[in-house]
Ligand binder design. Structure first.
Ligand code: HEC
Ligand code: HEC
Ligand code: HEC
Ligand code: HEC
Ligand code: HEC
Ligand code: HEC
Length: 416
């Protein structure tokens, strides 16, 4: 058992050193990983399933939490995150450590606002790493799932059984998984082979655990092989395909259905001519001079119609700025147009700030320590430092937008 642990540590160290995609030095390789990476047969911390951590999510975070950024790290250790310092990872799903960032500020004299960290994302319960159940939402809003049961494996299959077969269909068996299927450079499975489902995510027929909710769709997407990176110069473009909003709707059934009484912004609806034209022309508040060829913004992504075709999605999944095209009218708005999957720097896990009239002022991202007396005003800084506000946009420069920039709902609606 000792030898196994040493190998895993070496693999993790190699990944850290080279910052690789996880394809050459893999652990899950798109399916069930080495059993002893998560289980400990004679000396387990959690006896319920003989896990290496006190609970399920702590088991995952024993590798996925770290002090420095690295491809598969999705949680920054609290030890390197004092007040004013942001989480370090910039993955598409977002860093769970935003849940540990509570902001208190006074937008007006005599008023104090507190934005609890719990509102920044999905509160997975991971005792060994200081993550507790959400203090506000006792169930999934718009659904019934008990928030105390939320774990990494509510969404990801710890045993990664779902696979994409050579004919493009998905099944939990039928051919061996040869590698991850998440990446632009993932292999195309030949007959008799399969690759893992995107990000080991659960799919149709798989249960999200307590609450008994069963997924009703496959999450089709492709990501560039280097995805935990600054977006200061080029965007990390995840190509999203069919199934995303229904997938989220598994636990939030009343957040998007046509008959829902709550929050009925359309999802999985085609953008149509007007919204597409807005997206492609929009560069910032008061600036509609953009063109379709360079319109893509990873802060406001869209779904490539309802495609399930890996090759179509792989062609769009780049991080080197070579594919910057905006949407076609058949492309769609989805939950991840406005939210991330894990956590973000903003309330209700939105991808950009949805509070207040300006998200940026005086040509910079606001912050309490901004040299601009306008951008350091409490109502714009909202208790954050410039570093925190900037990181919440994956370090994307404010100069990509207008000097006085309003909500990015305008990328699609151009009401500013
Ligand atoms: C990435 C982590 C991880 C790896 C790798 C892993 N497991 Fe598990 N396993 C878990 C977790 C987490 C649970 C508890 C699931 C729950 O209670 O919902 C579990 C539960 C189990 C269970 C009991 C419940 C069930 O699903 O039947 C068995 C048996 C099991 N694992 C066997 C294995 C075997 C065999 C391997 C290697 C081929 C393996 N596991 C690899 C994380 C893992
Ligand atoms: C022993 C260390 C280790 C443990 C424990 C671990 N992981 Fe991983 N995980 C990795 C490494 C290394 C990678 C990147 C290489 C790979 O994908 O195989 C990775 C990648 C992933 C990916 C991306 C895979 C892809 O194909 O896109 C997901 C999702 C993931 N892990 C989820 C989990 C979950 C959920 C658990 C707990 C049930 C878990 N991991 C436990 C080390 C670990
Ligand atoms: C509410 C569902 C949900 C939960 C809970 C969840 N994930 Fe994820 N995770 C996703 C989705 C969806 C993606 C794909 C995000 C994308 O590409 O936009 C993802 C992506 C990832 C990735 C790839 C890097 C990234 O951020 O894009 C890793 C690694 C990962 N998850 C690990 C974990 C671990 C470890 C946990 C528990 C600490 C966890 N996830 C909890 C839904 C979830
Ligand atoms: C396995 C069930 C499950 C899935 C799948 C799921 N969620 Fe959740 N979600 C929950 C639970 C439980 C809560 C309440 C606990 C919390 O807020 O942390 C929640 C809370 C939220 C919140 C409120 C966060 C806050 O604190 O204000 C948002 C926003 C959200 N989910 C969006 C999504 C999106 C977008 C997806 C798809 C990527 C998704 N959810 C998929 C279970 C799920
Ligand atoms: C057009 C942007 C947009 C889309 C699309 C969208 N949301 Fe939201 N969502 C928001 C905003 C903004 C809020 C915060 C609302 C507020 O503060 O009142 C929010 C709040 C939430 C909440 C928290 C509600 C609460 O009571 O705390 C959940 C859960 C949620 N969204 C889930 C989803 C899911 C699931 C989908 C897809 C089926 C989705 N959202 C699609 C923008 C969006
Ligand atoms: C990715 C593009 C996109 C983003 C981002 C987006 N929307 Fe929308 N929105 C749409 C589409 C598509 C429709 C439906 C077509 C239409 O009404 O033009 C729509 C419709 C609406 C409607 C009319 C709903 C109805 O039932 O008539 C409102 C109001 C709205 N959006 C508000 C918002 C707000 C507020 C935000 C930011 C939190 C936002 N949207 C972000 C694409 C988007």
């Amino acid at each position: 058992m000792k030898a196994v642990k040493v190998t895993i540590i070496l693999v993790a160290a190699a990944l850290l050193l080279f910052g690789l995609s996880g394809i050459s030095f893999a652990f899950h390789s798109g399916g069930v990983a080495e059993c002893m990476g998560c289980h400990n047969i004679h000396d387990a911390k959690s006896t319920s399933a003989l896990l290496v951590g006190t609970d399920i999510s702590s088991t995952c975070l024993s590798c996925h939490n770290s002090t420095a950024p690295g491809s598969y790290h999705i949680s920054t250790d609290a030890s390197v995150m004092p007040a004013g310092t942001p989480p370090v990872n910039m993955t598409p799903g977002g860093d769970f450590a935003w849940l540990k960032k509570t902001y208190t500020y006074s937008p007006r004299t005599g008023t104090t606002v507190t934005e609890p960290g719990d509102e920044h994302g999905h509160n997975i319960v991971a005792i060994d790493f200081g993550y507790a159940a959400d203090g506000i939402n006792t169930t999934a809003p718009g659904g019934t799932m008990d928030a105390t049961q939320l774990a990494c494996n509510s969404c990801h299959d710890n045993h990664g059984k779902l696979r994409r077969l050579s004919d493009g269909t998905f099944n939990t068996t039928g051919a061996p998984i040869i590698a991850s299927g998440s990446y632009k450079n993932s292999p195309l499975p030949a007959a008799g082979q399969a690759v893992g489902a995107y990000r080991l995510l659960r799919g149709t027929g798989s249960s999200a655990g307590s609450g008994g909710t069963v997924f009703n769709s496959i999450f089709n997407a492709v990501v560039p092989s280097t995805y935990n990176r600054t977006e200061a110069t080029t965007a990390t473009r995840v190509a999203y395909g069919a199934g995303i909003s229904d997938w989220c709707g598994t636990c939030h059934p009343d957040m998007h259905s046509g008959t829902s009484s709550k929050m009925t912004h359309p999802v999985n609806e085609q953008l149509g001519t007007d919204v597409t034209n807005n997206y492609n022309a929009y560069k910032g508040s008061g600036n509609m001079t953009g063109t379709a060829a360079t319109a893509y913004d990873s802060i406001v992504p869209f779904q490539t119609d309802n495609t399930t075709d890996f090759a179509t999605l792989a062609a769009l999944a780049v991080n080197d700025g070579t594919v910057t095209t905006g949407p076609a009218t058949s492309d769609r708005v989805m939950c991840l147009s406005c939210h991330r999957a894990h956590a973000t720097g903003f309330a209700h896990m939105t991808r950009w700030n949805n509070e207040g009239e300006f998200i940026a002022a005086d040509g910079v991202w606001p912050g309490t320590d901004s040299p601009s007396s306008i951008a350091s005003a409490a109502k714009y800084a909202m208790g954050r430092t410039v570093a925190e506000m900037t990181r919440a946009y994956n370090d994307k420069p404010e100069t990509n937008y207008a000097t006085y920039q309003r909500s990015l709902c305008n990328k699609c609606h151009a009401k500013d």
